[in-house]
Design a protein around this ligand. Structure first.
Ligand SMILES: O=C(O)[C@H](O)[C@@H](O)[C@H](O)[C@H](O)COP(=O)(O)O
Length: 223
């Protein structure tokens, strides 16, 4: 795990966008397409704002959420909504979103169909993750129903997790898929998340799910 400290969040957003754009572009030099999984929450927005203007062949990039709250895309909590609004705009509008939410279906019933829709894009070319102060990442929340399955080394690509701290059920990429990404980035802001990451290094994944994806990852941190 490599940690890069930035002078401020703007510097971080610009640099992470440049690094990710470069990694996507180099994948596209030797592959027909590239896949990019991104988190929800408040962290990625500024990175998306910088990345969406990058000059690369976005028409060959498939973007998916690392996890989705099981809400309609017009719901303010939807990650697909965040991605469409902040990332798939400007030059990146040409990219393809691979959404998880399926209207009228339960997460459990939709899981196989979603797994089929993401299968062509695995392993992930580039992964961007966030982390909660409780050391969850994607929607793998310690102790939540479904998280043990999501952390299993033999887990299928997706799991349904129902964190009691969250207002809705989640569908998340599982640890093997996240950890198997070819280029991995974790972005965290603030002293408390930095301390939480340090704690996670001394804990098992069952108690600190982010621990399951920390091999060969670049952590980007700003106050
Ligand atoms: O859907 C989500 O919410 C994210 O995928 C989740 O894993 C997020 O990265 C963390 O909860 C951190 O959220 P903040 O960026 O808001 O701190």
């Amino acid at each position: 795990m490599n940690i890069i400290d930035y002078a401020d969040r703007d510097m971080l957003a610009i640099n992470v966008a440049q690094v990710v754009a470069g990694q996507l572009e180099s994948v596209l030099f030797s592959h027909e397409r590239a896949s990019f999984a991104v988190p929800g929450g408040t962290t990625p927005g500024p990175i998306f704002d910088a990345l969406c203007a990058a000059t690369l062949d976005w028409s060959r990039v498939h973007v998916m959420p690392t996890d989705e709250r099981w809400v309609a895309e017009d719901d303010s909590r939807s990650n697909a909504r965040l991605i469409r609004k902040r990332l798939l705009t400007s030059r990146a509008e040409a990219a393809t979103l691979v959404p998880f939410y399926r209207a009228g279906q339960t997460p459990e019933a939709a899981l196989d169909e979603i797994a089929e829709s993401i299968a062509p894009y695995l392993p992930l070319s580039v992964l961007l993750l966030g982390m909660g102060e409780d050391m969850h990442t994607a929607s793998i929340f310690a102790g939540a129903p479904g998280s043990a399955e999501a952390l299993d080394a033999a887990a299928p690509p997706l799991a349904v997790v129902t964190p009691e701290t969250q207002p809705e059920t989640r569908v998340t990429l599982t640890a093997p898929v996240l950890d198997g990404a070819l280029s991995k980035h974790l972005v965290i802001f603030g002293a408390s998340k930095r301390a939480a990451l340090e704690r996670a290094l001394t804990m098992p994944p069952e108690e600190a799910p982010v621990q399951a994806v920390l091999t060969d990852i670049t952590v980007h941190w700003a106050e």
